[in-house]
Ligand binder design. Structure first.
Ligand SMILES: *Cc1c(COP(=O)(O)O)cnc(C)c1O
Ligand code: SF4
Length: 350
């Protein structure tokens, strides 16, 4: 079997190279990749069945990336919220810690498109050292979220060292890893890697699947291996125009994730990241989809639809409206649209 390193090494890195795999000439897109890097590893490439399908759209550059006049480079204000390079500290009890600059595949809609896959991300031994020190010194940080880039592209040894040092911080209660590897390079989830990860419980992993086509046997095997090591798995899906912006596709994705022991956690509204405007939907699209799924499918399969507010203002859940009136009695609509009520029995309104 081909190792994950070879699969990554053999990635398609330029639009012109796409022509060797599909009868489609992408040469005009070369300029796009000087602004935002391209990488499609051979596993993820094998999921593309036709030009322009939902896997293609996530991975292959589009001329529209260069034509985006609306969006900005750092929509979440991460630079301003960064006390030391690699740390983003927005909420009181948890910090985002960027520890890797590479990914197994560069998603065209990436929020950190301005820097992933490039040295400008500034991740090195010193930034990691300073990040760990920052967490040491901030006793109200209960949880660290390792992200990047993709933390699981680091070597087993490097991860072992970073996780070991974080785990030793007395006030740090939980480690969370954000990774797309179970979806885009599932072979990376080796027995050796899992043996490293399981030393650092409570460890959570949030992965990132966007389309049911990504739920392959290989992905199932990777997730099973992680779950069997006692790692709870969540999924952060991005709502993407023309890829997964309908209830049928997302129902298939979310119920399929549960089958491989992954709990859908967030469905994200697209961020205002430069070069990704063509993927954004109206916020009503996500709200409508959540409304259609609620009550119809298992509540376990339904994530929170959320918007990451511009300028680092935090994640805002966008939920369908069920409440009609409040007061002595709550009146509301149920999932079928019927009007129902619930008496408050004299309890005061808070
Ligand atoms: C999204 C995010 C988190 C995590 O938020 P949760 O709602 O706990 O998943 C933490 N820090 C930053 C900077 C974030 O963007
Ligand atoms: S895996 Fe995540 S960080 Fe990497 S390119 Fe995709 S969305 Fe961006």
């Amino acid at each position: 079997m081909t190792s994950w390193k070879e699969i990554l090494h053999n990635s398609v890195n330029s639009p012109s190279a796409i022509a060797r795999h599909f009868n489609f000439d992408c040469t005009v897109l070369e300029a796009t990749c000087t602004s935002f890097p391209m990488r499609i590893n051979t596993y993820y490439l094998s999921l593309i069945k036709t030009v322009g399908d939902p896997i293609w759209k996530q991975a292959v550059p589009d001329i529209l990336e260069e034509k985006d006049e609306v969006c900005i480079l750092d929509p979440l204000g991460e630079t301003a919220l960064s006390p030391t390079p690699g740390i983003v500290h927005k909420y009181p009890d948890r910090v985002l810690f960027l520890v890797a600059s590479e990914c197994a595949m560069y998603c065209r809609f990436c929020t950190r498109k301005r820097m992933v896959g490039s040295k400008s991300m500034g991740i090195n031994d010193a930034s990691i050292e300073n990040g760990i020190q920052y967490i040491h010194q901030n006793k109200n940080v209960r949880e660290v979220l390792l992200s990047g880039g993709d933390p699981l592209l680091l070597s087993d040894q490097r991860l072992d060292s970073i996780l070991g040092r974080l785990h030793a911080i007395p006030h740090l209660e939980v480690i969370r890893i954000g990774t797309r590897v179970p979806c885009t390079l599932p072979m990376r989830i080796t027995k050796q890697l899992v043996n490293v990860l399981k030393k650092y419980h409570p460890l959570y992993i949030n992965t990132h699947f966007n389309h049911p086509v990504e739920l392959t046997q290989e992905a199932a095997k990777a997730c099973t291996r992680l779950a069997n090591a006692g790692i709870p798995l969540g999924c952060q899906t991005v709502l993407l125009k023309g890829i997964n912006d309908d209830a049928k596709t997302l129902q298939k994705l979310f119920t399929g994730l549960l089958k491989i022991r992954v709990k859908p956690y967030y469905l994200f509204q697209g961020d205002l990241t430069k070069g990704t405007n063509h993927f954004r939907t109206h916020t009503s699209c996500g709200i409508k989809i959540i409304k259609e799924l609620t009550g119809t499918v298992s509540g376990m399969a339904i994530p929170t639809f959320a918007l990451d507010a511009p300028g680092g203002k935090g994640k805002i859940p966008l939920t369908p409206d069920y409440i009609i009136t409040t007061g002595k009695e709550l009146t509301f609509r149920n999932y079928c649209g019927e009007i129902c009520s619930y008496p408050e029995n004299g309890n005061p309104v808070l």
